[in-house]
Write a protein that binds this ligand. Structure first.
Ligand SMILES: Cc1cc2nc3c(=O)[nH]c(=O)nc-3n(C[C@H](O)[C@H](O)[C@H](O)COP(=O)(O)OP(=O)(O)OC[C@H]3O[C@@H](n4cnc5c(N)ncnc54)[C@H](O)[C@@H]3O)c2cc1C
Length: 304
């Protein structure tokens, strides 16, 4: 269960406290503030705080004394221009602070994004909850035969049952031993900072994660992408929904230029120009390696 009734009551209490403010407010983001979006079997992501909105990006870009916005279409055009030309600092003027509950193996991928501020739940100080990520059967997949870093078809039948049983049993046994080791009943009890080392990587952890919009979009570009592992992608997808409501113009530009767009090398661009002139270009005549050509074709065919 992502949230206990007590935790939900605390969140509801926070949501009921309102205050007048002179700060920029995004109506779309206000709806998300404090609400926990469930992710995976026990995880969630929720917005704790945010700063700025689409107008704040324009305000910073224009180094304005006032709100810095002109007409709505003018603001959207400016944001698209900034995104198109990699003029990134105005996007850094917006910030978001998230509370995320996630399996440790997902946290290991996430923490590689160094341009954020993190404070994680301390398993030296606190006792971890008995919560493990167990994939839904459709996500329990075999090793991909085409991609060393991915998964293929879902496991089936007895193999799927056996794997699920191993995942559950191993996690439960590790947690039984964890509780037994830290217990102070009739024994000294092992320090929490040591006992935790026996827990599996699917144990849930939690952190507060604060990042500016520019670096958040970079994170989303990499982690909401189809090449990212499913278990981190679902978090990125949940955050994408929040960002779309928070800064709709910036998110639309991001979808267009970054998520939906593609970067072409000068060799690839040259091939496009030759193709437009009617030339039949093949991998052999393209000047690209087999891998590059495959990726280039995927972009042209709308599969990249
Ligand atoms: C599909 C996928 C597969 C991956 N596979 C692996 C893998 O097999 N092994 C592995 O180790 N990692 C892997 N990674 C992690 C990846 O290499 C990056 O570490 C991670 O995506 C964070 O990206 P970043 O450094 O751009 O982000 P951030 O740390 O947020 O940095 C953002 C940008 O800031 C700049 N920056 C930040 N810190 C520095 C610095 N110290 N010096 C210079 N510039 C800096 C860079 O321009 C960087 O792009 C994978 C990532 C993805 C998405």
């Amino acid at each position: 269960m992502p949230l206990s009734p007590e935790q939900q009551a605390e969140i509801d209490a926070q949501r009921s406290e309102t205050q007048p403010t002179l700060r920029a407010v995004s109506a779309g983001m206000e709806a998300h503030l404090y609400t926990a979006k469930p992710v995976l079997d026990h995880g969630f992501v929720r917005v704790i705080d945010y700063m700025g909105d689409d107008a704040a990006i324009c305000q910073a870009a224009r180094v304005s004394y006032g709100r810095g916005t002109k007409s709505v279409s003018n603001d959207e055009g400016l944001i698209r221009y900034l995104m198109r030309h990699w003029h990134s600092t105005p996007f850094e003027m917006c910030e978001i602070k998230l509370h995320v509950k996630l399996p440790i193996f997902v946290a290991r991928q996430w923490i590689r994004h160094r341009t954020a501020n993190v404070n994680e739940y301390s398993a030296r100080y606190s006792i971890l909850d008995r919560e493990f990520y167990i994939p839904a059967p459709e996500h329990l997949a075999a090793q991909s035969v085409t991609n060393n870093q991915g998964r293929g078809e879902a496991l089936e039948g007895a193999e799927a049952d056996r794997v699920l049983r191993y995942l559950r049993d191993d996690a439960m046994r590790a947690f039984d031993h964890y509780e037994e080791m830290i217990s102070t009943e009739d024994q000294q009890g092992l320090a929490r900072e040591l006992a935790r080392m026996n827990l599996p990587a699917n144990t849930y952890t939690q952190w507060y994660w604060k990042v500016d919009l520019h670096n958040l979009l970079h994170f989303l570009r990499l982690r909401a992408d189809s090449h990212a592992q499913y278990e981190i992608r679902v978090y990125a997808d949940a955050i994408c929904e929040m960002v779309a409501d928070w800064v709709p113009f910036a998110y639309k530009a991001f979808e267009d230029y970054r998520m939906g767009g593609a970067q072409l090398s000068s060799t690839a661009l040259d091939c496009v120009r030759r193709m437009l002139k009617g030339e039949e270009v093949s991998q052999e005549t393209s000047g690209m390696s087999k891998g590059e050509w495959r990726e280039f074709k995927a972009v042209l065919d709308g599969e990249g």
